[in-house]
Ligand binder design. Structure first.
Ligand code: MN
Ligand code: MN
Length: 470
């Protein structure tokens, strides 16, 4: 059938209207192959790095393999140098020194590597009614009822007196045991289900089932607890007191998997914000293979989900100390470096979900497969706590993305006055850096198993690559 020629009005619409485009509707075989290959590697990263510590370890290994060297105080860096700054094994900055004078500004892409999860308290272990449990305090904004009755894995670090550290990961291998938060059977759930969602499971109800067998031959109180501690002592040499200096977290034990008959999506734990971290990291390493024009900085921050505080969060001076040290040793005016810098603050956005259309405003929402989402402002209720990027910087970013043929869209998180949220953008902007929010749309954000599109993931990679090539 011959193609119908377009009317004048149709042509004019194409020219004048802003429409989001589904990047998969006319995807070539070649780019689909690229998308799929990239997604396979992303899934490996997701499974290898479920916590910020594991993400830092992954990033260091990857950076070192590609010629990055650990940051040194007092060193005079020059164009082409590749540096990583390991902030306490929980956050990391990568720097590639560019050809231009650093006073012309650096290109910063920032994402976070912590995700919502369930942390152990410092005195976690107890026995009740023939079972042993861990007490927990959840980390980040979760719907608590989503975390019951699913297999959980235990990840983390125990720091012992005297300086020794033990890294743990139990529940990831098929032969490993998993852990579990019990829920009430529906037969007895009448009163529970009459509660509002936030009270179906209470904070102090997120207790982890970890054992049920008494210490051999022991019938006294706490014999199950004794058996658990004796197993842990045999395996790791620890006592109950050692939990005081431990950071142990429960995360979903599930692996990242393709979603849908067409395998166009990935469901996994912790897309927020590894779906931005991974594209930044891979784009930075790729860009480091030739000396870039501007100096490039990658920030993979910790503690975003709890407010970016602490010495590994985005509010920490550690980042500024590193950048200033580099500037001073290069003889650069650090204030000029900040003032002329550009930043993409990369964090996920809410993907428009037709099952909950009442909370979105469709003209200004991010849609699945329509590309990485640029968000001028975040915040809630009258743009409270927003960075709100300038019109001028938005135009600059449009140029960069369009020139590189990146599939991208704009979108806001939900309807006005529906709720909202923000991330680290304003913390970078307040350092006198041009900053805008960008990120991949996510379905079921903060659930144990979140969903993204492979095409949007790849468009994020292309966006950061284009930004690093500016
Ligand atoms: Mn996030
Ligand atoms: Mn989040």
């Amino acid at each position: 059938m011959a193609k119908k020629t377009k009317t004048e009005a149709e042509l004019l619409k194409e020219k004048l209207f802003y429409e989001r485009k589904n990047a998969l509707s006319d995807v070539t075989e070649k780019s689909e192959k690229e998308i799929t290959e990239y997604a396979e590697n992303y899934k490996k990263f997701l499974d290898a790095a479920k916590t910020e510590r594991e993400s830092v370890e992954f990033a260091i290994n990857y950076a070192k393999e590609n010629g990055f060297k650990e940051f040194e105080y007092g060193k005079k860096y020059k164009a082409g140098d590749k540096i990583y700054y390991n902030n306490r094994d929980k956050s990391i900055y990568l720097v590639v020194i560019g050809k231009e004078n650093i006073e012309k500004g650096v290109s910063i892409a920032a994402a976070h590597i912590d995700s919502p999860r369930i942390d152990l308290k410092q005195c976690p272990l107890y026995e009740d009614s023939g079972m042993a449990f861990f007490k927990t305090h959840y980390y980040g904004g979760i719907k608590k009822y989503q975390w019951t009755a699913i297999p959980l894995a235990l990840h983390g670090t125990i720091a012992l007196k005297g300086g020794k550290k033990i890294d743990l990961s139990i529940g990831e291998k098929q032969e490993d045991p998993v852990f579990y938060i019990t829920d009430l059977l529906p037969h007895l759930g009448k009163d529970q289900m009459a509660n509002t969602g936030s009270k179906i499971i209470k904070g102090e109800g997120l207790n982890i089932l970890v054992g049920s067998k008494p210490y051999p031959g022991e019938k006294s109180k706490d014999s199950i607890k004794l058996n658990i501690l004796s197993l842990l002592n045999k395996e790791y040499g620890i006592t109950e007191e050692d939990f005081i200096s431990a950071e142990l977290s429960l995360v979903p034990a599930e692996k990242a998997r393709d979603l849908g008959f067409d395998r166009s999506m990935i469901c996994a734990y912790g897309h927020d914000d590894r779906v931005c971290s991974y594209p930044i990291l891979t784009a930075a390493v790729e860009a480091s293979k030739k000396t870039p024009k501007h100096t490039l900085i990658t920030i993979l921050a910790d503690k975003e989900e709890t407010g970016s505080n602490g010495n590994t969060g985005m509010r920490s001076q550690a980042f500024d100390d590193m950048l200033r040290e580099i500037c001073v040793n290069m003889g650069a005016n650090e204030r000029m470096v900040y003032a002329n810098s550009r930043c993409l603050s990369a964090d996920v956005n809410a993907c428009y979900d037709p099952n909950y259309s009442e909370v979105y405003e469709a003209k200004n929402s991010a849609f699945l497969n329509c590309g990485v989402c640029v968000t001028k402002f975040t915040g809630s209720g009258g743009k409270s706590s927003t960075n709100d990027a300038s019109a001028e910087y938005m135009a600059e970013i449009r140029d960069i993305l369009d020139n590189a043929e990146v599939s991208w869209q704009t979108g806001e998180l939900g309807k006005v006055d529906q709720g909202g949220g923000g991330t680290v953008a304003y913390m970078l902007a307040q350092r006198n850096i041009e900053t805008v929010d960008i990120g991949v749309p996510v379905l079921s954000m903060h659930a144990p198993y979140e969903v993204i599109s492979k095409s949007d993931l790849f468009s994020a990679y292309k966006a950061f690559s284009a930004f690093f090539a500016r």
